[in-house]
Design a protein around this ligand. Structure first.
Ligand code: ADP
Ligand code: ZN
Length: 722
């Protein structure tokens, strides 16, 4: 008799066994519908013997209800799901959900009804709501729900307009094909260095075998142009390519370059796709008609029909690490996917993660270097501005030498960029009268003042309130003071110093959508902006040839706190933002404001001595048994009840394993002791490389019992320590 075990897409359920009805071809990887009590569940037929479970007698099994009309998940992807779940101590169902991440796509090819304005002038008077819909929906097409959100009216209003003939339905095929990319559309002439690197990568694409590369090229060296050549080769071979980018909303520049090179846009994948776009992209990816997919980390788990190359651009970026749900690192899982599929994978960066450099050093990754900027542009000059000697005046944050340089740029009509990794106006607001500090009620965090939106906001849970007129504690009016700077405050300072300068704030608050990002880039390119004040967003990928000055407002900011990678991250951020200066024909200059000019990372930045920094950091990591020499894992216990969370932490502490290859720190209240209304305790585990860390953690957690309100999170290779 034919029986199968399926992985159900619900982490609360274990694997389940079914019989396969006559005529149903349920091979491993098939996506199926199965009965469960009165319900129907979606699952994936798994390879025999690879999912644990108890044998149910054959006569008790129910038959599968049928196959979903999508290709079965290929074997390498099934192995990747298993590996990811095992490595990150996550449920296989949760990983599988990232593969089958479009519910709509599983229903098979179909048309869908979308709506758009019927055109023509409406007869008679319109309600204000209908007027608003007519004004806002010009050129839009989508489901009623999507249009309702675009027009900011209710769905009922739009349905009424369909009835009145003002809005018309249109049938669209969901699977309509994407425009084809042409590998030879506009081939650039590469520099000799670029050619050599591109040649090596093209060769690897032809070979179609596992080959991990570290593409280590300075900012402005043309890494993108270079890796476009193996992309072109994969296209010629009819294979698919995945390019992972850290911040998909900010990829306008990348998309434009892609289109120039290949004559068509790539297929986009990110979390804010409309459901119809998501469905279309998913199906095209599974059928192989999506040639090049450009996506955020979640694109990594899609069921590519015929993948030929993976590129991870800005591979050092920590946004590749997911911090909730399955806590995976897309950079590392990319390499595993390439291994299972037998493909080349390219990690591109100007400031590679120390872990990646180490892999290159020991010969696991092949290192390809682009040591100089394209077109003869020079790397910028870097100077340290010692804030202990050059104190800005009270209530100001820019020291005089930086102000002088700004003035000079404004005079010459060149652009400047000031970098401060802090959104909003001020990180803390307090009452001058009673000392009250504005705190988030749900998180251990100060509320950040945002003057542009006239709000106090919690950057952890998203809470927003209005800044009151009077202190809520003592009732005094006009006594609230902003402490410390955020980018908005720096922008104000520039505006006070240089009233004629055109200043733009560039943060996720101001550039949150692709449209706004595109507008910002267009303005900066048209030189309608003199001074950009931005957070880490502006460290990524921008290329403004007339930008010649970069000021790092507070290089010490990233060094505070208990982050194990603080020095490395500071190095990366400052080096990346410095890399925005002098990319055209005019030389660039970088000023770094710091109170710790002798800190090794600052000294290395000043000397432009990346190798020295990495060498020192490597030794420090080796001594500490930190990655890549040892491994870290975090366990986070949380509950809405403080006592419950604390008791759970103590209980888990009591049954901790005692083995020589694991060192366990904690439990301790997390630095963010309260987050979104949950009290949090942390353990930090430091393991030898040879330890079976995951098995030890699973075994440990399995020995403790927790109250039902307690959540246990495991974070392998954590990047966040709060
Ligand atoms: P990186 O990503 O390494 O910082 P980019 O890929 O952004 O560098 O390249 C910097 C600039 O140089 C871009 O404007 C890019 O279009 C240009 N460029 C790089 N290589 C070439 C080339 N071979 N031909 C023409 N332009 C190039
Ligand atoms: Zn909060």
């Amino acid at each position: 008799m034919n029986r199968v075990r399926i992985l159900v897409l619900n982490a609360a359920l274990g694997p389940l066994d079914y019989t396969v009805p006559e005529g149903v071809d349920a091979v491993p990887g098939s996506v199926v519908i199965a009965p469960l009590g009165p319900r129907r569940v979606t699952g994936i037929v798994w390879d025999e013997g690879r999912l644990p479970g108890t044998e149910v007698p054959a006569e008790k099994l129910r038959p599968l209800l049928g196959l979903l009309p999508v290709p079965p998940l290929a074997e390498p992807l099934r192995r990747l799901v298993e590996w990811t779940a095992d490595y990150y101590c996550a449920a296989m169902a949760s990983v599988a959900r990232m593969v089958l991440s479009s519910g709509g796509a599983l229903g098979g090819p179909t048309t869908t009804t979308e709506y758009r304005l019927a055109g023509g002038e409406p007869a008679g008077r319109l309600t204000a709501q209908r007027r608003q819909a007519l004004d806002r929906l010009a050129g839009e097409q989508g489901t009623i729900r999507e249009l309702a959100s675009a027009a900011e009216v209710s769905e009922g209003v739009l349905r009424g307009m369909v009835g009145a003939g003002l809005i018309e339905p249109v049938e669209v095929a969901i699977d309509r094909p994407y425009p084809l990319a042409d590998p030879d559309h506009d081939v650039p002439s590469l520099s000799p260095d670029q050619s050599e690197v591109a040649g090596r990568l093209v060769e690897a694409v032809r070979a179609q075998a596992f080959a991990p590369f570290l593409l280590d090229g300075v900012t402005g060296s043309g890494k993108t142009e270079t890796y476009f050549e193996p992309v072109a080769e994969a296209l010629r071979m009819g294979r698919q390519v995945l390019v992972l980018l850290p911040e998909i909303a900010l990829t306008e520049n990348f998309l434009a370059r892609f289109e120039d090179r290949f004559g068509a846009a790539p297929v986009l994948w990110h979390s804010s796709l409309k459901s119809t776009e998501r469905r279309r992209a998913w199906r095209a990816i599974a059928q192989g008609s999506a040639q090049v997919v450009v996506g955020a980390r979640s694109a990594l788990f899609l069921p590519y029909a015929d993948l030929g190359l993976i590129v991870v651009d800005e591979a050092h970026e920590i946004s590749f690490k997911q911090d909730d749900g399955v806590r995976y690192n897309a950079r590392d899982v990319s390499v595993m996917r390439a291994r299972f599929e037998g493909l080349p994978v390219v990690l591109a960066s100007a400031t590679p993660a120390l872990e990646s450099l180490h892999m290159a050093e020991i010969g696991v990754y092949e290192r390809l270097e682009l040591p100089s900027r394209f077109g003869g542009a020079q790397l910028p000059d870097i100077h340290i501005l010692d804030l202990t000697r050059e104190k800005p005046p009270r209530g100001r944050w820019l020291a005089q030498p930086l102000v002088d340089r700004l003035a000079q740029r404004l005079e010459r009509g060149e652009q400047s960029l000031l970098f401060l990794n802090r959104r909003g106006y001020a990180p803390l607001t307090l009452c001058r009268n009673c000392g009250h500090r504005f705190k988030c009620p749900h998180c251990s965090a100060w509320l950040v003042e945002h003057r542009l939106s006239a709000r106090l906001a919690c950057h952890h849970c998203g809470l927003e309130t209005q800044l009151p007129e009077a202190c809520p504690e003592c009732g005094e009016g006009d006594c609230l003071v902003a402490c410390g700077p955020g980018v908005e405050r720096i922008a104000d300072e520039v505006a006070e110093l240089f009233p004629e300068a055109r200043v733009a704030v560039a943060t996720s608050d101001t550039l949150g959508s692709p449209e706004r990002a595109a507008q910002f880039i267009a303005e900066a390119e048209a030189k309608a902006i003199d001074v950009i004040v931005g957070t880490q967003l502006v460290t990524k990928g921008f290329h403004f040839p007339d930008l010649t000055l970069v000021g790092v407002v507070d290089a010490d900011l990233g060094l505070e706190g208990g982050d194990l990678r603080a020095a490395e991250r500071t190095y990366q951020q400052v080096a990346q933002v410095a890399g925005r200066a002098g990319r055209g024909s005019k030389p660039g200059e970088v000023l770094i404001q710091t109170r710790h000019k002798d800190a090794p990372v600052i000294a290395a930045l000043a000397d432009g001595d990346r190798d020295a920094f990495y060498a020192a950091e490597t030794e420090a990591r080796r001594d500490a048994g930190a990655p890549p020499f040892g491994r870290w894992a975090a366990i986070i216990l949380s509950s809405e009840d403080e006592k419950e969370a604390r008791e759970a932490a103590i209980r888990l502490g009591d049954v901790r394993p005692h083995q020589g290859d694991l060192m366990i720190l904690g439990p301790a209240p997390a630095p963010l002791a309260l987050l979104r209304g949950r009290y949090r305790y942390r353990f930090l585990v430091n393991a030898w490389r040879s330890a079976n860390l995951q098995a030890a953690l699973r075994d440990w957690i399995g020995r403790a019992e927790f109250a039902p309100g307690v959540r246990v999170g495991i974070d392998i290779d954590p990047y966040s320590f709060v």
